[in-house]
Ligand binder design. Structure first.
Ligand code: PMV
Length: 355
């Protein structure tokens, strides 16, 4: 009997979109209707760590998330696994007498254990880091010889936003136009040292699970909102260009203006959906007000805000000085309570293999 086991461990950070992805043109392949841009956060505080193992003694693919077994039967996991298996390479370890041919991977099964180093109460989606990490670690284990861009196109099939977590710093997901989705992948715009003064503060307004998942929310928006078409065809293409320029020039005022406007338009699309989707709550709106009032009093914009499919505020400050002033204001107007918490982060590096 063959008693061996091979393992690989990777760590992937989470990311926050500043130009949002909302709406798919192909639900199975997860192809978006517009490009998006995100910042990758510091993996020391916000990341997934995944260990994948393969052994002839494993009888089926299994996965544990934060120690609890979860089903791998979902189409998204299956799509990622199938894509990776079809690109697997030969593997040989002479010392241990292990030899796996390309085709051999189809008969082997995986055990996958993934952990998030942040609690759900961090108020941030974990699927982006999770799928980026799963795809990266399995690709290394199976000796998949593809560049990072192609791995990001595979991670995209797990969760759209996951394709952006394979790179550090500032990342663009280009929607692509091929039917196969090969060109719908992430590219790095600048690494995490390009604009390292930025500080990201997450105000956890509520750690309650969102009521409308991004998958069904997007579907309803695409089916019922007319604003979403205008957004995808007219607004986002020009914003993407402006955002790339703002990042290139480290122009915070422009970066903040575009980030806030894009978050607001994404939530306007949600409101334009029938029935309307409300992701933000009263506290979210009050935080927007606080930032808008502060920005209006200064010559240049001080802080950017952005909200994903939930009420938690992600606030971006240009430097430590403004970040500490922002924290003081937030603590004053929104004193932390049982359902409210403040956390701060910096930009981070790409997905890496851990030895
Ligand atoms: O990849 P998903 O299905 O988690 O969708 C993410 C959607 C937003 O977070 C709202 C926007 C984005 O670009 O990340």
């Amino acid at each position: 009997s063959q008693k061996w086991i091979l393992m690989a461990t990777a760590r992937a950070p989470t990311n926050i979109a500043v130009i949002k992805y909302w709406g798919k043109r192909d639900e199975n392949l997860i192809l978006p209707i517009n490009d998006s841009i995100s910042i990758t956060l510091d993996p020391d505080h916000l990341s997934a760590t995944t260990t994948v193992a393969v052994s002839p003694s494993f009888e089926k693919d299994r996965m544990w998330l934060n120690g609890k077994e979860i089903p791998l039967s979902g189409g998204r996991y299956q799509n990622c696994l199938r894509e990776l298996r079809s690109r697997a390479g030969d593997f040989e370890d002479e010392k241990r007498g292990i030899q796996i041919k390309k085709e051999g991977w189809n008969k082997l099964h995986f055990h996958i254990a993934s952990y998030n180093n942040f609690p759900t109460a961090a108020g941030l989606a974990s699927s982006a880091a999770g799928f980026a990490c799963l795809v990266f670690s399995l690709a290394k284990l199976m000796n998949v010889k593809e560049e990072l861009g192609q791995l990001s196109a595979i991670a995209r099939q797990g969760s759209g936003s996951a394709c952006r977590s394979l790179y550090g710093g500032f990342v663009k997901w280009t929607m692509g136009n091929e039917m196969s989705g090969r060109d719908s992948k992430a590219v790095q715009l600048a690494n995490e040292t390009h604009w390292e003064d930025l500080i990201i503060i997450v105000a956890v307004v509520s750690s309650r699970q969102k009521e409308t998942s991004s998958t069904s929310g997007m579907r309803e928006s695409v089916e019922t909102s007319s604003l979403i078409q205008h957004r995808a065809k007219v607004v986002v293409p020009s914003r993407i260009l402006q955002m790339e320029e703002a990042i290139r020039n480290r122009n915070f005022s422009s970066f903040a203006r575009l980030t806030c406007a894009d978050s607001n338009q994404f939530h306007a699309v949600c409101l334009d959906t029938s029935p309307p989707i409300f992701y933000m709550n009263d506290t979210s709106h009050r935080i927007i007000n606080l930032v808008e009032r502060w920005n209006r009093h200064e010559e240049t914009l001080q802080v950017a805000y952005t909200f994903d499919a939930g009420p938690n505020a992600v606030l971006i400050a240009p430097n430590r000085k403004v970040a500490s002033s922002l924290l003081q204001r937030l603590l004053f107007y929104f004193p932390p309570g049982p359902d409210y918490e403040l956390n701060s982060y910096v930009l981070g590096d790409k997905t890496i293999l851990q030895e």
